[in-house]
Design a binder for this molecule. Sequence first.
Ligand code: NDP
Length: 399
Amino acid sequence: MSRAMIIGAGGVARVCAYKCVENSEVFSHLLIASRTKSKCDRLKAELDGRGTEIETAQVDADNVPELVELINQYKPELVINLALPYQDLTIMDACLEAGVNYLDTANYEPLDTAKFEYKWQWAYRDRFRDAGLTAILGSGFDPGVTGVYSAYALKHEFDEIHQIDILDCNGGDHGYPFATNFNPEINIREVTAKGRYWENGEFIETEPLEIKRSYTFEEVGERDMYLLYHEELESLAENITGIKKMRFFMTFGESYLTHLKCLENVGMTSIEPIDFQGQQIVPLQFLKAVLPDPATLGPRTHGKTNISCIFQGVKDGQEKLYRLYNISDHQEAYKETGAQAVSYTTGVPAMIGASLVLKGQWRQPGVFNVEELDPDPFMAGMNKFGLAYVEDRQPTLVP
Ligand code: NDP
């Protein structure tokens, strides 16, 4: 029996709300609050009567006093932040002021700089610890499950992990020449940024999408994938002792990349405001407004995602390889929750992390990335709530 509050009502929040209700023994009371209240009301209408008492509210998550007032009114034990990365710090501030625990799925990004780093959120460690509150950072899939997989591999399979390759394959097809599977602004900022990988104690920078490899994914087939910088590399470099090399790859199709290059070349992916007919607009935000809303992709997206971590290391003095992965089906996710698999693979881990905080298994004062906590109950939760993991003891390596 506990009270939780979700902020946001997009694809990820939708899946998380569905999964909280499926786990209503833990989530007996849920407040869904977001900028557009009608989206929260729609979710409540779909989920009422299934065991969780749901309320809804309008909130501007950029506004700390407004957040504090709502949190104080509802008195949740935990706030699950599924709005955008821009709101992470205001929501953390509000949680501290109101004395409640915090969890998110993406690290803070300032609106005016396409740069994501944990330093802003790690700076809250002392304040959360001193207040006796828990903040869990990055409890989605990547970051999230990738960190839990790493902690699990280190706990059960290795004495030392020397290399981790994270492979994020979305083999889904929505039928549009160009659309993004989650918030276009966040997605395009991530993909157009310079790449970075970890080697021998430092990050090596690459040009955007400079490093390309191909890999054959179970139930998807062979796909081209590109090296990107991704936020879990920063926390895993700190938390996986002995790690020597880490890379993150994401698959992209030809059509996506050709459109993206063209949009980039004409300046549509820029976050520098421009003057348009007497009004300041940010080209990337305008682009977001004309692209298909990711929330509408669910019914049209077919195919599967396959996300994995490949580990290389040592056990009992022997070199060892090990891979953990999950396959999710877009149409199955849509039938169950009304959202496609990219939202599904994020919303389920958000619920699992939240349930572990509420049950006390992941409750300790301070700010934590998921790999710092016990992976076992989280792994069990994934098998129970629709993100079963598969072990591969003879993985193909990425050159
Ligand atoms: P959406 O854009 O679909 O949803 C975001 C929601 O937040 C919307 O409902 C939006 O309101 C609401 N929101 C935005 N700004 C505010 C504000 N100031 N106040 C209140 N509500 C606000 O995004 P997704 O659901 O796809 O993604 C949610 C989060 O999950 C993001 O942070 C994203 O980066 C992260 N993510 C993490 C992944 C992982 O694996 N770790 C993978 C995919 C996403 P409105 O409806 O009015 O627009």
